[in-house]
Design a protein around this ligand. Structure first.
Ligand code: PMP
Length: 362
C-alpha cells in the first residue's frame, strides 16, 4: 500500500484539515452511517443529509454564540460571491457603503461594490509597509452609510484586525481566513462571511451569519438566487447545496467543539504564532512583513535578505516536507499559513528548518 508521506501543509487555502476529520470522512466515504451510500450520493432532501446540514449550522452557532437574531447560511460561490451579493442586497440608489482597505482582499471586495453603487474608502493601508490594517480612529465614516465593510484578516499580506470599529451602520466583515480562530462578539456585526477552505473545510461552501432584520431590508428586485431572503427562507436549501463540503464543515466544527471551542483554539493559535514570530524577531536574517501590532495569527508573512534567498528557502523547505511556504505571487516573500488544524509539531519543524537555513546562508 502507498505510504502516506509526512509533510506539513502551510498552504493558504485550500489548506490543512484535521487528520481526524479526513480519516473519518475516508472511513464513511462509501457507506455513510449504514445507509449503503456515500453522503455524496445522498439526496439533499433526505434524512441523512438533513442531519448533516442542521448540525453544521448548529455547531457554527454554538462555536460563535450566534443568537436567534441572526441567520446562518451555507452558500455556494465562495467569499468572492459575497463581495457582489452584499452590495447588491444592501447598497441601494442614493446610498453609500464605506470600505476600509487593508490589502488585496478588501480591495477586491470594494471593487465589486463599486460596480453596484457608491463606495467611500474609509481608510486605505494597502500600500503601507510594514503591512497593517487601518487604525480605528483614522476611519473616515459616512453618516448614514449602508454599511462598513472590512476584511478581518488579510490572507496575502498577513495583517489582522485586533479590535473592530464601533459604528452606527452595520459592520460587515470578510472573515474567510480567520473565522473560528478567535473569539468574537457577533452582536457587533451585521454580517460576517467566510469561505470554508481555510479554517472550516474544503472549498465550495461559504458560511454567512447575517442579522435577520438586515435580510428583510435587502433589495427586492434582484433575481431570487441573489437575495439573502431566498436562502434564509429555504434554510440554504433553495437549490442543491455543496453537500460534501458542508459534510466536512460539519466534521470540522465538531472537531473544534471537541477541542474546547473557539477560546481553546484561540489560545493554541496564539502560542503557535508567537513561537514563529519570536523566531523571526530573534535574528536580523528574518524580518516580519506585518507591523507587530497587526500581525496575523493565521498567515505569518516574513522576508529574508534577498528574493533569491526567499526562493531558495521555499524550495529547500518544500523538499524537506514543509510545503506551501512561498508567499503570494503579488507580494513575494514567505508565508506560513497556520490555521486551526495546523499542528504545533509543524511549527517546531519550521523553526528547526529556519535555524538551520540561517546557519547555512546567514
Ligand atoms: N477573502 C479572503 C480574506 C480570502 O483569503 C479569500 C481567498 N483566499 C477570498 C476572500 C476569496 O475567496 P473565494 O476564493 O472563496 O472566493
Amino acid at each position: 500500500m502507498h505510504q502516506m508521506s509526512d509533510i506539513y501543509n502551510f498552504n493558504a487555502g485550500p489548506a490543512v484539515l484535521p487528520k481526524e476529520v479526513l480519516r473519518q470522512a475516508q472511513e464513511e466515504l462509501l457507506d455513510y452511517e449504514g445507509s449503503g451510500m456515500s453522503i455524496m450520493e445522498a439526496s439533499h432532501r433526505g434524512a441523512e443529509y438533513a442531519a448533516v446540514h442542521d448540525e453544521a449550522q448548529s455547531n457554527f452557532r454554538k462555536l460563535l454564540s450566534v443568537s436567534d437574531d441572526y441567520a446562518v447560511l451555507l452558500l455556494q460561490g465562495g467569499a468572492s460571491h459575497q463581495f457582489a451579493m452584499i452590495p447588491m442586497n444592501f447598497l441601494g440608489e442614493g446610498q453609500t457603503a464605506d470600505y476600509a482597505l487593508s490589502g488585496s482582499w478588501a480591495k477586491k471586495a470594494a471593487a465589486e461594490a463599486k460596480s453596484v453603487g457608491q463606495v467611500h474608502i474609509a481608510a486605505d493601508t494597502d500600500k503601507d509597509r510594514p503591512t497593517r490594517v487601518p487604525s480605528l480612529d483614522a476611519l473616515d465614516l459616512t453618516d448614514g452609510a449602508a454599511y462598513l465593510h472590512l476584511t478581518s484578516n488579510e490572507t496575502i499580506s498577513g495583517a489582522q484586525w485586533k479590535a473592530y470599529p464601533e459604528c452606527d451602520s452595520p459592520l460587515v466583515a470578510d472573515m474567510s481566513s480567520d473565522v473560528l480562530s478567535r473569539t468574537l462578539d457577533i452582536s457587533k456585526f451585521g454580517i460576517i462571511y467566510a469561505g470554508a477552505q481555510k479554517n472550516m473545510g474544503p472549498a465550495g461552501v461559504t458560511t454567512i451569519v447575517i442579522r435577520k432584520d438586515l435580510v428583510e431590508r435587502g433589495a427586492k428586485e434582484l433575481p431570487s438566487v441573489l437575495r439573502y431572503q431566498t436562502h434564509v427562507d429555504s434554510d440554504s436549501l433553495s437549490n442543491t447545496p455543496p453537500c460534501f463540503s458542508i459534510y466536512v464543515v460539519c466534521l470540522v466544527t465538531r472537531w473544534v467543539l471537541a477541542k474546547g471551542g473557539v477560546s481553546a483554539i484561540e489560545k493554541w493559535n496564539e502560542e503557535k504564532a508567537a513561537a514563529l514570530y519570536s523566531a523571526i524577531d530573534s535574528t536580523e536574517f528574518y524580518s516580519g512583513a506585518a507591523d507587530p501590532a497587526h500581525r496575523s495569527l493565521m498567515n505569518v508573512t516574513f522576508n529574508l535578505p534577498t528574493p533569491e534567498l526567499e526562493a531558495q528557502f521555499a524550495k529547500e523547505a518544500g523538499d524537506a516536507g514543509l510545503k506551501g511556504l512561498k508567499g503570494h505571487r503579488s507580494v513575494g516573500g514567505l508565508r506560513a499559513s497556520i490555521y486551526n488544524a495546523f499542528p504545533r509539531e509543524g511549527i517546531d519543524a519550521l523553526l528547526a528548518f529556519m535555524a538551520d537555513f540561517e546557519k547555512r546562508n546567514g
